[in-house]
Design a protein around this ligand. Structure first.
Ligand SMILES: Cc1ncc(COP(=O)(O)O)c(C=O)c1O
Length: 376
């Protein structure tokens, strides 16, 4: 796709200043160490752990391999229990990684208030084969982590949070990335914070970090030993240096996203048939997405008509998350993927539209988008 200057995209990558990046590239060239846990990789891990307020973080080359590695690190499926309870309302990576690990996704419906896995529906889906819960903090909206923990403790289940959207989200002043056994992040170009492609696992102790670090490096524990069959999930020095620079910009970027979200909220709150999530109390959001829901029985256009209207005028909104994961063919035959089992998720997928939100959106852009939504 070729973008023209008049188009407003749903997101725009946060880019470091090229003048700041070039000296770091020169330094990497001088060091001649371009990957394999180099200087910038170690620096970025330290800086991110500090910035996010988490004990340990292990960097990855994208946000999907951390999910694969989390499942391996927790040995899910190894005790004969092979079912994992998860949400259908996410990007496909969340459940694709279960299939790649020969685990069975068991889909549970979501809460209309947050778009997240509904804890009240989890217990019904638990069987003697259930080994874990894989929820997503969708759009950076925190899951009901306390309820999920209660259920996990009661049934001896592991919890991995797919926190791809939840960079630096805090609840009651504490990072939500420390909830569950492990949390995974994506630093893809489309995310609030990016390293071009990249990702991470957040964990609670050094021993787990060392184990994850060996799994992402083919299973090596020393120069001549592998103890597990690991994978290559490493982040290189160039993207690590880029990530260090982007950390200096991220607070301003999030502040601008907040302003964009508040502007949408004020402008769209009175339109019949357009709704959005209420913000939860005591949460510091990262404003990674601004989803609206279009009810065509009250608004004059359907979601798809509004999507097309905006697109034809150069505004590239996105239907995240449509189609629902459970409506993709690899999932169709799983009993829990049926529409009857997931009415709320299906409705959300059919009505959602994510409006442009990023650090470069101007007041003029916002006016253009809002006017198009407000006028027939
Ligand atoms: C919820 C969720 N999980 C996982 C991923 C995978 O991340 P990545 O694209 O960095 O591999 C994404 C990415 O877009 C995502 O939205």
């Amino acid at each position: 796709m070729i973008l023209n200057n008049n188009q407003i995209t749903v997101t725009s990558p946060l880019l470091p200043d090229l003048n700041d990046f070039i000296p770091l590239l020169k330094d990497i060239w001088d060091r001649k160490w371009i990957t394999n846990n180099g200087y910038y990789h170690q620096q970025l891990e330290e800086k991110l752990a500090d910035f996010l307020g988490v004990p340990y973080i292990s960097l990855f080359t994208n946000g999907t391999i951390p999910l694969l590695v989390a499942v391996q690190a927790l040995k899910l499926g190894k005790d004969g229990r092979n079912e994992v309870i998860t949400t259908p309302y996410s990007f496909v990576a969340t459940s694709n990684i279960l299939m790649w690990n020969n685990l069975k996704p068991v889909f549970v419906d979501i809460e209309p208030e947050t778009g997240n896995l509904d804890p009240e529906k989890i217990e019904n889906a638990i069987t003697d084969k259930t080994c874990a819960i894989l929820p997503v903090h969708v759009y950076g909206n925190p899951c009901d982590t306390a309820e999920i923990k209660k259920i996990a403790d009661k049934y001896d289940l592991k919890v991995v949070y797919d926190a791809a959207h939840a960079f630096n989200v805090k609840q009651n002043g504490k990072s939500i990335l420390t909830e569950g056994d492990l949390s995974t992040l994506s630093f893809h170009a489309t995310k609030t914070y990016n390293t071009v492609e990249g990702g991470a696992i957040v964990c609670k102790d050094k021993e787990t970090k060392d184990y994850i670090d060996s799994l992402k490096n083919f299973g090596y524990t020393s120069e001549i030993y592998i103890t597990e069959t690991g994978i290559n999930g490493k982040l290189d020095e160039i993207r690590s240096a880029y990530g260090i620079l982007n950390l200096t910009n991220i607070n301003n970027a999030i502040a601008h996203r907040k302003y964009v979200a508040e502007t949408y909220r004020k402008a769209l709150k009175e339109i019949s048939g357009i709704s959005f999530f209420n913000e939860q109390k005591n949460v510091n959001y990262n404003y990674s997405y601004f989803p609206i829901f279009v009810d065509s029985s009250k608004y004059w256009l359907s979601r798809d008509e509004l999507f097309t209207k905006l697109r034809d005028r150069g505004i590239l909104s996105r239907r995240y998350f449509y189609p629902l994961i459970t409506n993709f063919s690899p999932y169709e035959n799983i009993p829990s993927a049926s529409k009857e089992n997931l009415p709320i998720a299906n409705k959300m997928a059919d009505t959602v539209l994510c409006l442009p939100i990023h650090h470069l959106i101007s007041d003029k852009d916002l006016k253009r988008i809002i006017n198009l939504i407000l006028t027939k």
